[in-house]
Design a protein. Structure first.
Length: 479
């Protein structure tokens, strides 16, 4: 055997010895290189795509990957992949911290409050286009005669408040729709409470509902009673006959799901509906006009239950004196140079019975687009002391949330001191325009007089009364 052959044989023998030694016990393995920690490994049960990728399906996989990333980074200000990852990590940490938050109890409700997240969502304000931090909305609130608070969160269901323990309890967590639009307690039997699902705020994050829920034990348990009525729409307001707990009205308008509009079936047509059997079956008593996408309010005169007041989105305010059989518009005294369909306008209504007045007093609040300038006007409150036959504008008040500047109206103003804040108000007679220039379009609440507040009666029952304003955002924990 030559030298070359001997050397080759020796190398082969040495290789076999080392291979056997590496496989046997007692011999230390060489350290794993540090960079192998990033080596991809297959999860149990997964199949490798090695050898399966070609030009066609490879491009498809890349497209799916790009779609996955885009769905998590898209928006008005697109995020980078690193930013999205950092935000997700921060959110996971916040969620973990929330798990260790103190349990609700008297000490929590009576002590100082501190934010524990999630942070408010920044949204574009309808009034001026500025960014505002919004952390949730209370869509409806009803109070029983015993003082029990029943609250409807925009997308958080129905809650009751126990003043004895100072705690809130969710009552509808097991029901299919948690979006709330309206709550109404039956004046003749306040164990009967109705919930109109689907938030009627018409904002981009208002969600549609699936009909009417009913409670017969004062708001503690709920059941769906309206069958296939009102699927995919929102209920802006409910009104219950003060003498008959099974007789009620519903103001129904377009439903929304995020930025999507919902096209309802026939049993969910926009307009005013009436039920005479406790919400089981319904009759459309006033369809929405062709220029409107639904009813935004319904008020029933508690001292004259056949007198109804309603409003339609982007249209007008109406009155019926025969229980909804016939209707007539009541717009005398409201801005004549207004385009209510341009924005469109949502009219909010309120009713009271001041002591000594034979007729009901009405309030309405809304903003609108001026037909001359084409600009949106800040919301104002109007009042009628003759059951809607005529309206007059109420004076503006200070906007405490944002700076305001006052400009002189066309007519000579008078100033009065408002108690208790002693803020000087400027009052004027309509049609003076641009009285107050504010960044916010929220109309300052002009409450009824002390005599009106003391004199509200409703044939032996309390009259739910409010001074309405245009939709406002309520800063409250998101349920």
């Amino acid at each position: 055997m030559g030298k070359r052959g001997f050397r080759a044989l020796s190398a082969l023998v040495i290789s076999l010895v080392f291979a056997a030694a590496a496989a046997g016990p007692g011999i230390a393995k060489p350290p794993t290189p540090e960079n192998t920690i990033d080596t991809p490994t297959l999860a149990p049960g997964a199949q490798s795509i090695a050898g399966q990728v070609n030009d066609e399906n490879g491009a498809r996989l890349l497209a799916l990957d790009a779609q996955y990333i885009a769905s998590r980074t898209a928006g008005d200000s697109p995020l980078g992949v690193a930013q999205a990852g950092a935000l997700r990590s921060a959110a996971a940490e916040t969620a973990n911290n929330l798990k260790h938050a103190p349990a609700p109890g008297p000490s929590v409700f009576n002590g100082p409050w501190s934010g524990i997240g999630p942070n408010p969502i920044v949204q574009v304000a309808r009034s001026d286009g500025a960014f505002e931090a919004v952390s949730g909305r209370i869509a409806a609130l009803a109070i029983r005669k015993n003082g029990l608070f029943i609250l409807g969160a925009a997308q958080g269901g129905i809650w009751t408040y126990d003043p004895a323990t100072g705690t809130w309890t969710n009552r509808t967590v097991d029901l299919p729709s948690l979006a709330t639009g309206a709550l109404a307690v039956a004046p003749s039997n306040d164990l009967v409470v109705y919930d109109g699902t689907g938030e009627g705020a018409l904002s981009s994050d208002s969600y549609f509902g699936n009909g009417v829920l009913k409670s017969t034990d004062g708001g503690f348990t709920w059941s769906h009673v309206s069958g296939d009525f009102f699927l995919g729409v929102s209920i802006a307001r409910l009104a219950v006959d003060p003498k008959n707990a099974d007789h009620l009205y519903a103001a129904v308008l377009r439903g929304r799901g995020g930025d999507r509009r919902v096209s309802p079936p026939i049993h969910s047509a926009f307009g005013l509906w009436e039920s005479k059997d406790g919400g089981v079956s319904w009759t459309l008593i006033k369809p929405a006009p062709s220029t409107s996408l639904g009813a935004t309010d319904i008020r029933l005169d508690p001292q004259s239950p056949t007198t109804l007041y309603s409003s339609f989105w982007g249209d007008a305010i109406y009155k019926s004196t025969d229980g909804g059989g016939t209707w007539s518009a009541i717009m005398t005294g409201l801005p004549a140079n207004a385009n209510f369909s341009a924005a469109p306008t949502r009219f909010s209504l309120g009713i009271s019975h001041p002591a000594g007045d034979a007729k009901a007093t009405l309030y309405t609040g809304f903003d609108w687009v001026d037909t001359v300038s084409g600009k949106r006007q800040v919301g104002r409150i109007f009042k009628s002391v003759d059951e809607g036959a005529s309206w007059s504008v109420l004076p503006t008040g200070p906007d405490l949330s944002r700076p305001c500047s006052t400009t002189a109206p066309r007519s000579a103003p008078t100033t009065t001191s408002s108690s208790p804040t002693r803020t000087t108000r400027t009052s004027c007679s309509w049609p003076a325009r641009s009285v107050t220039s504010c960044r916010s379009s929220r109309a300052a609440s002009s409450a009824p007089t002390t005599a009106e507040r003391r004199g509200r009666t409703s044939a032996g029952t309390s009259t739910p009364t409010s001074t309405p304003s245009r939709s406002t955002r309520t800063t409250a924990p998101r349920s």
